[in-house]
Ligand binder design. Structure first.
Ligand SMILES: [Zn+2]
Length: 265
């Protein structure tokens, strides 16, 4: 089977794929960020990349190389950028880097991109990059360039949340290094997880404001914002399957929506 990863294709093969304007390209958006003492620092790259590859198989899309660095970790969602190992871009650097990549795909003839985000803090800066790319492509006469952006955890259904968090679900913002990401990594890359080092702790609580520079003591010493102790590979498979199904369905619907819309032009 031909790879869905565009960097593994010859340029001539890639060119023949993107000649069709309906060809969707998925861009996984990650970060290099500490995720607790029990896990590698790359779940925000691995998870959206593997989800993207599975979605691409379902909808005949292609997957671009992931962004391996992301926007700065924030204390209340990722432990904070003061943590050792966490290596981030300034927000506007991410916006401009994503804008450049989108415009390059536009130059190749690509007209449909899905940005698959795996790092909470990327969202506003990625959004800015998308808006700038669309604006600049419009200035150069490309007026049918369309981008969807989503974070994969928003495709976890209530039903799956009940199965994965039978005790209590504290919310996606404190899931950093918790059951969600750890379960997905146990399913996708178990060799990068050591559950004997999984910290036992209550979900982190923060005041209703953010302080700069951060007070390091606000972040739990482990770097996790909730305990990953209840993570399992089985939960990871459930989470993976539900997000792949949800994202595949959405991207398919979005394609037909665009075609329907085009008929009225
Ligand atoms: Zn993460």
């Amino acid at each position: 089977m031909k790879s869905v990863m565009i960097d593994e294709l010859a340029w001539t093969e890639y060119r023949s794929r993107v000649e069709d304007e309906r060809q969707t390209i998925l861009i996984p958006l990650g970060s290099l960020e500490q995720h607790g003492p029990h896990m590698s620092m790359n779940p925000d790259v691995i998870i959206p990349t593997r989800i993207s590859a599975a979605v691409a198989q379902n909808i005949s899309a292609l997957v671009a190389p992931a962004f391996a660095y992301g926007a700065k970790s924030q204390q209340k969602s990722g432990g904070g950028n003061h943590m050792c190992g966490t290596t981030s871009l300034d927000g506007h650097t991410l916006s401009l880097a994503l804008k450049d990549v989108l415009k390059e795909f536009g130059r190749h003839g690509v007209r449909r991109i899905a940005v698959i985000n795996g790092h909470y803090e990327n969202m506003p800066f990625a959004t800015e990059g998308i808006e700038l790319a669309i604006q600049e492509l419009q200035w150069s006469g490309v007026d049918n360039f369309q981008v969807i952006i989503l974070s994969y955890w928003d495709f976890v259904t209530q039903d799956t949340i009940k199965k994965v968090f039978p005790e209590e679900f504290a919310g996606w913002d404190v899931e950093h290094g918790g059951v969600l990401e750890t379960s997905l990594m146990l399913h996708l890359k178990p060799e990068l997880v050591d559950m004997s080092k999984a910290p036992l702790q209550k979900p982190a609580t923060f005041p209703p404001y953010t302080l700069f520079p951060p007070i390091p003591e606000w972040t739990p010493a482990s770097g996790c914002l909730s305990s990953p102790a209840n993570a399992t590979a089985e939960k990871g498979k459930l989470l993976f399957d539900v997000t792949v199904t949800g994202i595949s369905t959405t991207l398919k619907q979005e394609t037909s929506w665009q075609q329907t819309w085009k008929k009225f032009l």
